[in-house]
Unconditional design. Structure first.
Length: 363
Protein backbone atom coordinates (compact mmCIF):
# COMPACT_ATOMS: atom_id res chain seq x y z
CA UNK A 1 0.00 0.00 0.00
CA UNK A 2 1.48 3.38 -1.04
CA UNK A 3 2.08 6.19 1.44
CA UNK A 4 -0.59 8.42 -0.15
CA UNK A 5 -3.18 5.65 -0.07
CA UNK A 6 -2.37 4.91 3.58
CA UNK A 7 -2.67 8.59 4.51
CA UNK A 8 -6.03 8.82 2.73
CA UNK A 9 -7.29 5.71 4.53
CA UNK A 10 -6.20 7.05 7.93
CA UNK A 11 -7.80 10.42 7.17
CA UNK A 12 -11.11 8.68 6.39
CA UNK A 13 -10.82 6.63 9.57
CA UNK A 14 -10.14 9.80 11.58
CA UNK A 15 -13.30 11.53 10.37
CA UNK A 16 -15.38 8.40 10.89
CA UNK A 17 -14.15 8.23 14.51
CA UNK A 18 -14.75 11.98 14.87
CA UNK A 19 -18.33 11.65 13.70
CA UNK A 20 -19.04 8.62 15.87
CA UNK A 21 -17.37 10.08 18.96
CA UNK A 22 -18.96 13.50 18.93
CA UNK A 23 -22.33 12.07 17.91
CA UNK A 24 -22.15 9.86 20.99
CA UNK A 25 -21.39 12.93 23.11
CA UNK A 26 -24.42 14.78 21.67
CA UNK A 27 -26.61 11.73 22.32
CA UNK A 28 -25.47 11.58 25.96
CA UNK A 29 -26.29 15.29 26.42
CA UNK A 30 -29.70 14.75 24.81
CA UNK A 31 -30.49 11.88 27.18
CA UNK A 32 -29.51 14.08 30.11
CA UNK A 33 -31.71 16.93 28.85
CA UNK A 34 -34.69 14.61 28.41
CA UNK A 35 -34.52 13.94 32.14
CA UNK A 36 -33.71 17.44 33.49
CA UNK A 37 -34.84 19.99 30.85
CA UNK A 38 -38.46 21.02 30.11
CA UNK A 39 -39.76 19.54 26.81
CA UNK A 40 -40.14 22.95 25.12
CA UNK A 41 -36.38 23.51 25.33
CA UNK A 42 -35.29 20.06 24.08
CA UNK A 43 -34.98 20.97 20.40
CA UNK A 44 -33.01 24.12 21.12
CA UNK A 45 -30.73 22.27 23.50
CA UNK A 46 -30.14 19.53 20.92
CA UNK A 47 -29.31 22.21 18.35
CA UNK A 48 -26.84 23.86 20.76
CA UNK A 49 -25.18 20.51 21.50
CA UNK A 50 -24.90 19.73 17.79
CA UNK A 51 -23.30 23.10 17.02
CA UNK A 52 -20.89 22.59 19.93
CA UNK A 53 -19.99 19.14 18.59
CA UNK A 54 -19.35 20.44 15.08
CA UNK A 55 -17.17 23.21 16.52
CA UNK A 56 -15.26 20.61 18.56
CA UNK A 57 -14.76 18.45 15.46
CA UNK A 58 -13.15 21.36 13.62
CA UNK A 59 -10.98 22.41 16.57
CA UNK A 60 -9.77 18.88 17.35
CA UNK A 61 -8.95 18.36 13.67
CA UNK A 62 -6.54 21.26 14.08
CA UNK A 63 -5.22 19.66 17.26
CA UNK A 64 -4.60 16.46 15.31
CA UNK A 65 -2.47 18.45 12.83
CA UNK A 66 -0.44 19.80 15.76
CA UNK A 67 0.07 16.28 17.13
CA UNK A 68 1.24 15.06 13.71
CA UNK A 69 3.82 17.86 13.56
CA UNK A 70 5.40 16.87 16.89
CA UNK A 71 4.93 13.10 16.55
CA UNK A 72 8.58 12.47 15.70
CA UNK A 73 9.77 14.54 18.67
CA UNK A 74 10.49 13.00 22.03
CA UNK A 75 7.94 11.79 24.56
CA UNK A 76 8.34 14.89 26.76
CA UNK A 77 7.58 17.20 23.83
CA UNK A 78 4.49 15.18 22.93
CA UNK A 79 3.39 15.16 26.57
CA UNK A 80 3.70 18.94 26.94
CA UNK A 81 2.04 19.62 23.59
CA UNK A 82 -0.84 17.34 24.58
CA UNK A 83 -1.51 19.16 27.87
CA UNK A 84 -1.04 22.71 26.61
CA UNK A 85 -2.55 22.03 23.18
CA UNK A 86 -5.66 20.56 24.77
CA UNK A 87 -5.87 23.55 27.10
CA UNK A 88 -5.59 25.95 24.15
CA UNK A 89 -8.38 24.20 22.25
CA UNK A 90 -10.55 24.11 25.38
CA UNK A 91 -9.84 27.83 25.89
CA UNK A 92 -11.31 28.49 22.43
CA UNK A 93 -14.16 26.02 22.64
CA UNK A 94 -15.56 26.80 26.10
CA UNK A 95 -16.52 30.44 25.36
CA UNK A 96 -18.25 29.31 22.15
CA UNK A 97 -20.19 26.66 24.08
CA UNK A 98 -21.20 29.09 26.80
CA UNK A 99 -22.17 31.84 24.36
CA UNK A 100 -24.44 29.66 22.20
CA UNK A 101 -25.95 28.08 25.33
CA UNK A 102 -27.99 31.27 25.74
CA UNK A 103 -29.92 30.46 22.55
CA UNK A 104 -32.64 28.29 24.19
CA UNK A 105 -33.47 31.07 26.66
CA UNK A 106 -34.08 33.92 24.24
CA UNK A 107 -32.05 36.19 22.04
CA UNK A 108 -28.30 35.80 21.89
CA UNK A 109 -26.74 38.57 24.01
CA UNK A 110 -24.05 40.93 22.80
CA UNK A 111 -20.51 39.98 23.72
CA UNK A 112 -20.24 43.29 25.60
CA UNK A 113 -23.04 42.12 27.90
CA UNK A 114 -21.38 38.77 28.70
CA UNK A 115 -18.73 38.66 31.42
CA UNK A 116 -15.46 36.74 31.12
CA UNK A 117 -16.60 34.61 34.01
CA UNK A 118 -19.68 33.53 32.09
CA UNK A 119 -17.67 32.76 28.95
CA UNK A 120 -15.00 30.66 30.68
CA UNK A 121 -17.29 29.01 33.21
CA UNK A 122 -16.72 25.23 33.45
CA UNK A 123 -13.46 25.43 31.46
CA UNK A 124 -11.63 23.15 33.91
CA UNK A 125 -14.64 20.98 34.70
CA UNK A 126 -16.04 20.37 31.22
CA UNK A 127 -14.21 21.41 28.06
CA UNK A 128 -10.60 20.86 29.20
CA UNK A 129 -11.18 17.32 30.59
CA UNK A 130 -13.22 16.48 27.46
CA UNK A 131 -10.46 17.61 25.10
CA UNK A 132 -7.89 15.73 27.20
CA UNK A 133 -10.08 12.64 26.90
CA UNK A 134 -10.22 13.17 23.14
CA UNK A 135 -6.42 13.45 23.05
CA UNK A 136 -6.05 10.27 25.07
CA UNK A 137 -8.34 8.36 22.71
CA UNK A 138 -6.49 9.81 19.73
CA UNK A 139 -3.13 8.54 20.98
CA UNK A 140 -4.58 5.15 21.92
CA UNK A 141 -5.95 4.72 18.40
CA UNK A 142 -2.71 6.09 16.91
CA UNK A 143 -0.54 3.63 18.84
CA UNK A 144 -2.91 0.79 18.01
CA UNK A 145 -2.67 1.62 14.29
CA UNK A 146 1.13 1.71 14.51
CA UNK A 147 1.13 -1.61 16.36
CA UNK A 148 -1.09 -3.16 13.68
CA UNK A 149 1.09 -1.71 10.92
CA UNK A 150 4.24 -3.16 12.50
CA UNK A 151 2.49 -6.49 13.01
CA UNK A 152 1.36 -6.52 9.37
CA UNK A 153 4.88 -5.57 8.28
CA UNK A 154 6.35 -8.38 10.36
CA UNK A 155 3.85 -10.90 8.98
CA UNK A 156 4.55 -9.67 5.46
CA UNK A 157 8.29 -10.11 6.01
CA UNK A 158 7.72 -13.63 7.34
CA UNK A 159 5.50 -14.44 4.37
CA UNK A 160 8.08 -13.14 1.88
CA UNK A 161 10.84 -15.11 3.60
CA UNK A 162 8.62 -18.20 3.64
CA UNK A 163 7.73 -17.73 -0.04
CA UNK A 164 11.39 -17.22 -0.94
CA UNK A 165 12.26 -20.46 0.84
CA UNK A 166 9.52 -22.34 -0.99
CA UNK A 167 10.60 -20.74 -4.25
CA UNK A 168 14.14 -21.94 -3.69
CA UNK A 169 12.85 -25.44 -3.07
CA UNK A 170 10.67 -25.33 -6.18
CA UNK A 171 13.49 -24.29 -8.46
CA UNK A 172 15.81 -27.09 -7.37
CA UNK A 173 14.92 -29.16 -10.43
CA UNK A 174 16.93 -32.31 -10.77
CA UNK A 175 19.82 -31.42 -13.12
CA UNK A 176 20.00 -35.08 -14.18
CA UNK A 177 16.48 -34.82 -15.61
CA UNK A 178 17.45 -31.81 -17.75
CA UNK A 179 20.73 -33.40 -18.80
CA UNK A 180 19.07 -36.71 -19.76
CA UNK A 181 16.27 -34.93 -21.63
CA UNK A 182 18.63 -32.71 -23.62
CA UNK A 183 20.82 -35.72 -24.32
CA UNK A 184 17.76 -37.64 -25.59
CA UNK A 185 16.80 -34.70 -27.83
CA UNK A 186 20.36 -34.57 -29.17
CA UNK A 187 20.22 -38.29 -29.93
CA UNK A 188 16.93 -37.87 -31.82
CA UNK A 189 18.38 -35.01 -33.87
CA UNK A 190 21.46 -37.07 -34.76
CA UNK A 191 19.17 -39.94 -35.75
CA UNK A 192 17.26 -37.51 -38.00
CA UNK A 193 14.10 -38.02 -35.94
CA UNK A 194 13.45 -34.32 -36.12
CA UNK A 195 9.69 -34.53 -35.58
CA UNK A 196 10.08 -36.49 -32.37
CA UNK A 197 12.90 -34.19 -31.22
CA UNK A 198 10.75 -31.14 -31.89
CA UNK A 199 7.80 -32.71 -30.04
CA UNK A 200 10.00 -33.55 -27.06
CA UNK A 201 11.51 -30.05 -27.03
CA UNK A 202 8.03 -28.49 -27.11
CA UNK A 203 6.89 -30.60 -24.16
CA UNK A 204 10.05 -29.76 -22.23
CA UNK A 205 9.43 -26.07 -22.89
CA UNK A 206 5.83 -26.31 -21.64
CA UNK A 207 6.90 -28.24 -18.58
CA UNK A 208 9.65 -25.78 -17.64
CA UNK A 209 7.37 -22.79 -18.28
CA UNK A 210 4.73 -24.27 -15.98
CA UNK A 211 7.28 -24.96 -13.24
CA UNK A 212 8.66 -21.41 -13.41
CA UNK A 213 5.47 -19.43 -13.97
CA UNK A 214 3.64 -20.61 -10.85
CA UNK A 215 4.44 -19.35 -7.38
CA UNK A 216 5.40 -22.07 -4.89
CA UNK A 217 2.39 -21.18 -2.75
CA UNK A 218 0.01 -21.35 -5.72
CA UNK A 219 -2.51 -24.14 -5.92
CA UNK A 220 -4.01 -25.68 -9.04
CA UNK A 221 -6.64 -28.31 -9.60
CA UNK A 222 -5.47 -31.90 -9.46
CA UNK A 223 -6.67 -32.27 -13.08
CA UNK A 224 -4.28 -29.47 -14.08
CA UNK A 225 -1.46 -30.99 -12.06
CA UNK A 226 -2.03 -34.34 -13.76
CA UNK A 227 -1.78 -32.70 -17.20
CA UNK A 228 1.59 -31.25 -16.21
CA UNK A 229 2.71 -34.62 -14.89
CA UNK A 230 1.76 -36.18 -18.24
CA UNK A 231 4.09 -33.70 -19.96
CA UNK A 232 6.89 -34.91 -17.72
CA UNK A 233 5.98 -38.56 -18.31
CA UNK A 234 5.83 -38.05 -22.09
CA UNK A 235 9.36 -36.66 -21.95
CA UNK A 236 10.57 -39.63 -19.91
CA UNK A 237 8.79 -42.05 -22.28
CA UNK A 238 11.13 -40.97 -25.05
CA UNK A 239 13.98 -42.28 -22.91
CA UNK A 240 12.36 -45.43 -21.59
CA UNK A 241 9.83 -46.19 -24.33
CA UNK A 242 7.85 -49.36 -23.46
CA UNK A 243 9.80 -49.83 -20.22
CA UNK A 244 7.73 -47.03 -18.64
CA UNK A 245 4.08 -47.89 -18.11
CA UNK A 246 1.52 -45.60 -16.44
CA UNK A 247 -1.79 -46.45 -14.74
CA UNK A 248 -4.19 -43.77 -13.50
CA UNK A 249 -7.02 -44.25 -11.02
CA UNK A 250 -8.41 -40.79 -10.31
CA UNK A 251 -11.77 -40.31 -8.63
CA UNK A 252 -13.87 -37.74 -10.52
CA UNK A 253 -14.43 -35.67 -7.39
CA UNK A 254 -10.70 -35.64 -6.66
CA UNK A 255 -9.94 -33.91 -9.97
CA UNK A 256 -11.44 -30.72 -8.53
CA UNK A 257 -9.17 -30.74 -5.48
CA UNK A 258 -6.66 -27.88 -5.20
CA UNK A 259 -3.08 -29.05 -4.72
CA UNK A 260 0.31 -27.30 -4.58
CA UNK A 261 1.92 -26.94 -7.98
CA UNK A 262 4.56 -29.51 -8.94
CA UNK A 263 3.42 -31.90 -6.20
CA UNK A 264 3.40 -35.10 -8.25
CA UNK A 265 6.50 -34.65 -10.40
CA UNK A 266 9.13 -35.30 -7.67
CA UNK A 267 7.22 -38.42 -6.56
CA UNK A 268 7.02 -39.73 -10.11
CA UNK A 269 10.68 -38.88 -10.66
CA UNK A 270 11.56 -40.86 -7.53
CA UNK A 271 9.78 -43.94 -8.91
CA UNK A 272 11.47 -43.58 -12.30
CA UNK A 273 14.88 -43.26 -10.66
CA UNK A 274 14.60 -46.20 -8.25
CA UNK A 275 12.13 -48.51 -10.00
CA UNK A 276 12.02 -47.99 -13.76
CA UNK A 277 15.64 -47.16 -14.56
CA UNK A 278 16.95 -49.96 -12.32
CA UNK A 279 15.08 -52.67 -14.22
CA UNK A 280 15.82 -53.93 -17.72
CA UNK A 281 12.14 -54.63 -18.25
CA UNK A 282 11.06 -51.34 -16.70
CA UNK A 283 7.95 -51.15 -14.60
CA UNK A 284 4.61 -49.57 -13.91
CA UNK A 285 3.84 -46.37 -12.04
CA UNK A 286 0.34 -46.16 -10.60
CA UNK A 287 -1.12 -42.77 -9.68
CA UNK A 288 -4.36 -42.74 -7.71
CA UNK A 289 -6.44 -40.07 -5.98
CA UNK A 290 -9.46 -40.41 -3.71
CA UNK A 291 -11.46 -38.24 -1.34
CA UNK A 292 -11.85 -39.72 2.14
CA UNK A 293 -13.56 -37.74 4.91
CA UNK A 294 -12.77 -34.32 3.38
CA UNK A 295 -9.16 -35.40 2.82
CA UNK A 296 -7.46 -35.82 -0.53
CA UNK A 297 -5.45 -39.04 -0.57
CA UNK A 298 -2.85 -39.17 -3.34
CA UNK A 299 -0.73 -42.22 -4.01
CA UNK A 300 2.19 -42.79 -6.35
CA UNK A 301 3.17 -46.47 -6.40
CA UNK A 302 5.65 -48.49 -8.41
CA UNK A 303 6.54 -52.17 -8.77
CA UNK A 304 10.25 -51.73 -8.21
CA UNK A 305 12.36 -53.27 -5.43
CA UNK A 306 10.92 -51.02 -2.75
CA UNK A 307 13.09 -49.94 0.17
CA UNK A 308 14.57 -52.85 2.17
CA UNK A 309 15.23 -50.68 5.23
CA UNK A 310 11.64 -49.50 5.34
CA UNK A 311 9.66 -51.19 8.11
CA UNK A 312 5.95 -50.50 7.74
CA UNK A 313 4.90 -46.90 7.12
CA UNK A 314 7.55 -44.19 7.34
CA UNK A 315 7.57 -40.41 7.17
CA UNK A 316 10.21 -40.43 4.48
CA UNK A 317 13.25 -39.70 6.64
CA UNK A 318 14.97 -42.62 4.97
CA UNK A 319 14.91 -40.55 1.75
CA UNK A 320 16.39 -37.46 3.40
CA UNK A 321 19.34 -37.50 0.98
CA UNK A 322 17.07 -37.00 -2.03
CA UNK A 323 16.43 -33.38 -3.03
CA UNK A 324 13.00 -34.04 -4.59
CA UNK A 325 11.43 -35.89 -1.65
CA UNK A 326 13.03 -33.52 0.85
CA UNK A 327 11.58 -30.55 -1.03
CA UNK A 328 8.12 -32.10 -1.09
CA UNK A 329 8.26 -32.69 2.66
CA UNK A 330 9.38 -29.11 3.33
CA UNK A 331 6.80 -27.58 0.98
CA UNK A 332 3.93 -29.56 2.50
CA UNK A 333 5.10 -28.55 5.97
CA UNK A 334 5.29 -24.90 4.90
CA UNK A 335 1.85 -24.84 3.26
CA UNK A 336 -0.20 -27.15 5.49
CA UNK A 337 1.80 -27.27 8.75
CA UNK A 338 0.39 -30.20 10.75
CA UNK A 339 -2.62 -30.68 8.46
CA UNK A 340 -0.93 -33.13 6.12
CA UNK A 341 0.69 -36.55 6.00
CA UNK A 342 3.51 -37.85 3.83
CA UNK A 343 3.92 -41.62 4.19
CA UNK A 344 6.14 -44.24 2.56
CA UNK A 345 5.45 -47.96 2.62
CA UNK A 346 6.45 -51.12 0.78
CA UNK A 347 3.69 -52.86 -1.16
CA UNK A 348 3.02 -56.51 -0.33
CA UNK A 349 3.67 -57.46 -3.97
CA UNK A 350 6.82 -55.36 -4.11
CA UNK A 351 7.46 -51.75 -4.88
CA UNK A 352 7.15 -48.48 -3.02
CA UNK A 353 3.94 -46.61 -2.21
CA UNK A 354 4.14 -42.87 -1.46
CA UNK A 355 0.96 -41.48 0.10
CA UNK A 356 0.14 -37.78 0.46
CA UNK A 357 -2.86 -36.69 2.53
CA UNK A 358 -3.90 -33.03 2.47
CA UNK A 359 -7.17 -31.18 3.23
CA UNK A 360 -9.73 -31.39 0.43
CA UNK A 361 -9.98 -27.87 -0.91
CA UNK A 362 -12.08 -27.94 -4.04
CA UNK A 363 -11.83 -25.60 -7.02
Amino acid sequence: MSSNTLDLLRSKQFWVFQLLGWSTWVLMLLLRDIIFVPPEYLFSRALVSSVSAVTAMVLTAGLRTLYKLVWERGFIVRFLVTWFGSFGIALIWQPIRNYISFIPFGEVPSLRDVSAGDLFDNLFFSSYPLILLWSGLYFIIKYYQLFQAEKEKSLRSEFLAHEAQLLMLRYQLNPHFLFNTLNAISTLVLASANDRANEMLTKLSKFLRYSLDHSPVDKVSLAHELETSKLYLDIEKVRFAERLRIELDIEKKAELAMVPTMLLQPLIENSIKYAISQSETGGTIRISAQIKAETLVLQVADDGPGVPLLDGENDGSVFSQGVGISNIRNRLQGIYSLKHKLKFSNADSGGLIVTVEIPYDRQ
